[in-house]
Design a protein around this ligand. Structure first.
Ligand code: PAF
Length: 287
C-alpha cells in the first residue's frame, strides 16, 4: 500500500480488517511533531502497511490532568502522516476503544515497574497506557509497533506487556528527537512560555552533566544532574539512575531518567549511560 496519495482514514474495526499484508503500527495521541514523524519513517520499511493511530486516551489522564486541553491538531496531523508515508490513519472514537466504558474494571495491570518513577507521580497512568495499547494491538493486529525512547518507562512496560501477555508483536524503540539546543520534542512543549522554553533545556543539560559523571557511579550522576537542574532553577520530581530495564543499576549499561515541571508542563527526558566499574554506589562484583 502506498502513502503517495495521502493516508486513508479509518474509524472502525471492519475497515481495519481490510488492511492486508504485514502491518507496522505507530500509536499516537496526535499533536504530531518531528519525533512522531521519525517513528513513522522508522516504521515505514518494517512492514507492507504502515498504520498510525490517533486517539487521545482518556484513561491515562488522571482527574485534574490535561485531557480536556490536550492539543488536537487533526489537519496538521494528517499532513504529517502523509509526509511520513503512512498508509492508514486509525482514528477510533471512545466507544470503539472502550465498548464497556472508560471505567471498565478489565484493565492491564502494569505490575511493580508501573508504580515507580512516573507511576509514583501518576498512579493510574500506566494502567491506562497499557490498556489502550493492548486494545490497539488487538484491533490493528500489527506485526511490529514503534514507540519513542523519550517515554522510556512507557516503552519498557509495553515491551514487558507484549512478552508477558504473548501478544506476538515486536516492540521497537526509537531514539529521542531533539531541538537544536537539546530539548526533547514533546507535544506538551507547546505549553511552555518563552521563559520556560529557555529553562526547559535544563533537562537535556542535566543528562549531559550526569553522563559526564558516569565513571564515578550513580550517586555522582544524580548529584551532577541535580546540580545542573538547580542552576536553571528547575526542581525535579525525580532524577533516577537505573539498569536499562529499570532495575537497580550496576556497573556498565544504565539509564538516567529525569522528570521536572517547568511552568505548567511536566517534562521527561532520559539517556543511556555507562557506569564505572569501581564507582562508589555500585554494588561490589558478585553481590
Ligand atoms: O505515547 C503516547 O502518545 C501514548 O501514551 C500512547 C502510547 C499512544 C498510548 O495512548
Amino acid at each position: 500500500m502506498s502513502g503517495a496519495t495521502g493516508p486513508r482514514v479509518v474509524r472502525t474495526v471492519a475497515e481495519l480488517r481490510a488492511v492486508g499484508g504485514t502491518i507496522a503500527l505507530v500509536p499516537t495521541m496526535g499533536a504530531l511533531h518531528d519525533g512522531h514523524v521519525q517513528l513513522m519513517k522508522h516504521a515505514r520499511p518494517l512492514a507492507d502497511t504502515l498504520v498510525a493511530s490517533i486517539f487521545v486516551n482518556p484513561t491515562q489522564f488522571a482527574a485534574g490532568e490535561d485531557f480536556g486541553e490536550y492539543p488536537r491538531t487533526w489537519d496538521e496531523d494528517l499532513q504529517r502522516c502523509e509526509e511520513a508515508g503512512v498508509d492508514v490513519v486509525f482514528a477510533p472514537d471512545v466507544a470503539t476503544m472502550y465498548p464497556h466504558g472508560t471505567d471498565d474494571q478489565v484493565t492491564v495491570d502494569p505490575g511493580p515497574l508501573g508504580a515507580i518513577l512516573e507511576g509514583a507521580q501518576r498512579p493510574t497512568h500506566f494502567r491506562g497506557v497499557l490498556t489502550v495499547v493492548a486494545k490497539l494491538f488487538g484491533l490493528v493486529r500489527p506485526d511490529v509497533a514503534v514507540f519513542g525512547e523519550k517515554d522510556y518507562q512507557q516503552l519498557t512496560l509495553i515491551r514487558l506487556m507484549a512478552e508477558a501477555l504473548c501478544l506476538d508483536v515486536e516492540v521497537v524503540g526509537c531514539p529521542t528527537v531533539r531541538e537544536a539546543d537539546g530539548l526533547a520534542l514533546s507535544s506538551r512543549n507547546r505549553y511552555l512560555t518563552s521563559d520556560e522554553r529557555t529553562r526547559a533545556v535544563a533537562l537535556s543539560q542535566a543528562l549531559a552533566a550526569g553522563t559526564a559523571a558516569a565513571s564515578a557511579g550513580p550517586d555522582a550522576v544524580r548529584a551532577a544532574a541535580t546540580a545542573r537542574l538547580a542552576a536553571f532553577g528547575v526542581e525535579p520530581d525525580y532524577v533516577a539512575v537505573t539498569s536499562p530495564d529499570l532495575g537497580d543499576p550496576g556497573p556498565g549499561e544504565a539509564r538516567l531518567l529525569i522528570a521536572a515541571r517547568v511552568g505548567k508542563p511536566r517534562l521527561l527526558d532520559n539517556c543511556a549511560l555507562t557506569l564505572g566499574a569501581d564507582a562508589p554506589g555500585n554494588p561490589p562484583e558478585g553481590s
